[in-house]
Ligand binder design. Sequence first.
Ligand code: MN
Length: 741
Amino acid sequence: MESKVTPPLPPTAQLSTEALIEQRYAQLEQSFASNRPKEDLAKIRAAFEFARDRHSTQTRQSGEPYIFHPIAVAQVLVDMQMDLVCVETALLHDVVEDTGTSIDEIRKRFGNEVAICVDGVTKLGKIQLYSREEQQAESVRKMLLAMVSDIRVILVKLSDRLHNLRTIGSLSREKQTRIGQETLDIYSPIAHRLGMGKVRSELEDLAFRAIDPDAHREIVEQIENKRKASQEFLDTIRKSVEQKLAREGIPSRVEGRLKRPYSVYLKLKKQKIPIEQVYDLLALRIITDSLKNTYAALGVIHNEWPPIPGRIKDFIAMPRQNGYQSLHTSVMGPGGQAFEVQIRTEEMHRLAEEGVAAHWKYKEGRRGKSEEEQYVKWMRQLVEWQQEMRDPGEFMSTLKVDLYSDEVYVFTPKGKVVVLPRDSTPIDFAYAIHSDVGNACVGAKVNNRIVPLKYALRNGDVAEVLTQPGHMPSKDWLSFVKTSKAKNKIKQIINATERSKAIEIGEKYFEKEARRLGVSISKLDPEIVKQLLDDYGVVKFEDIYAQLGYGKIEARPILVRFSPERVALEEAKAQEQAATPPVNLLDKDAKNIALRVKGLNDVLIYRAPCCNPIPGEAIVGYITRGKGVSVHSVSCTNVQNLLYEVERKIDVEWAKAGVESFDVQISIATDDRPGMLAQFTQVLFAENSNIRSLEARGDFERDGEGAVVDMKIEVRDKRQLEKIITALRRIPGVRDIERKS
Ligand code: MN
């Protein structure tokens, strides 16, 4: 698709830089005036002069005066017939970033709307798209936010990118590749999603050239050869189509076109075929006056040349998600030469080329909410959903599905069309119909046969969701659903369920700690409760339970608030019982005796803190100087070092187990997923063990991919510890568990 580029200027070598700049601007002003005769040209001149003066000392990489760039960006937007604010923004889009002008100054001089747009474009420019995944996700989120603030922000940004790509030649190879890749990853898909076919095509072709100039040149040559060879063919066909349509009384204009370099490149790469086999390399486009005549024209074409089965697409009855409408067919032409025909109305054509921008054309500065909303709705949703998605990798992959995927058209049993990304499942379909249908989905029928929930829907499938009231979505679904809507809704439900479990666990933990510390919680002082909720930034006491259950906070400091004396008293008592240091010292007279020196009753004995043995483990005692007998696990590395004085070794044994509990420190390496902590606490709760302390941190040795959770837990003995570890290991996402002491 050729793009409308400003015609070349007359030779200018003799002109001064000032005159040259003035000349470029005059051209911009002229085309703007002819598009929008009612607008105040003084305003656009003011923006131009301001930008020119601010950029006056700067040049572009190519050596040209910098102001050429904003003028060119504005020209792109004028060619798209965009409004005054948009053109002013384009002229001013780099002054904040590059000349230290403040947004406030822009606001004072050019008004609030322009200031908001310039601010948006400036913010977009600062976003580093290529960085670690989580940062990239954050960047894209910011970008979407800036875009939804005013759609003109992205229109200016796309034009900015377009001009930068057109003039990318003076940059280093490396920079060209980066900018090209970024364009293909983010900007062209966004242009596509906004229905801006023309901008998207040019962005893609320019980006392709920036990334791989050799491949680009080769494809362009191949297309050019093909064009030369088939020019005559196309002309003949075009004339013949024109005549036939005229004879049937169908008003039309017929254009011959060639597929664009980047899409040819993708097709060759994907299908591994030579260029001769690309069906839609040659295409005719028929633009007619009415919906009725698009179908009539299709009939005329099929009457003349047989259609290639499976290649008729009716995007009029079933528009693409970005609003694209057209009829596509491939037919076998004379001499066995296949070609594609696209048929559409003028209105459809305009929308296919310009998308969201088309809605601005005939509006005199007025923002058209409803049509524009159609295009930005998905962005708003994405921004909302993204806040729910804590995993940056997942956000990126969802975004990719939303931006890049092909679509499948699936029918409800009543014949309603649902457009979904490729490989969507019946669950995606169910959620697309309604969240409640998704939540209650227990099975699906496609074309009247039961299919697994993982089934990848195909074009034309008639899908029916089997529901069961009260059924809840399963966590497994997250591993195969495709749409962000389904993902998000499933997560909401799962988070809510996990939360209610966390509340239950938290409440029990709170009660248990209250008993241990002797605090009565049957009636809590409402004043303290209120203060507590404020301090923890939550609304209900239930939220405190939830945090306790997720292991985010501890119960003791809360209980202290209600009854500081009582807690102090209980803890003093406990300390006393535990007697003097070391911490793990056990009094043989205490009723919970757990260790005994064989044959002796009167020995002070304690568990060594280095290996922290627990009942069930093989142990060995060592007579210390003045502190009694220290007990080590036989596997303790210190034992070898300590036992060089063999005569000080002494046999010890576990007296009884199961009454007392012992603190053990474990370290869990895990994927950084939401809800992990809640699952840990659940396991420990089920095993009737307490968490004494918990600390979670990102695991930087793993490039920030995972997290490490250090927990001090209470166990009775080795068996219980092993059971806990086995249960923890079973939690999906847990990679490794290590006992630290
Ligand atoms: Mn720029």
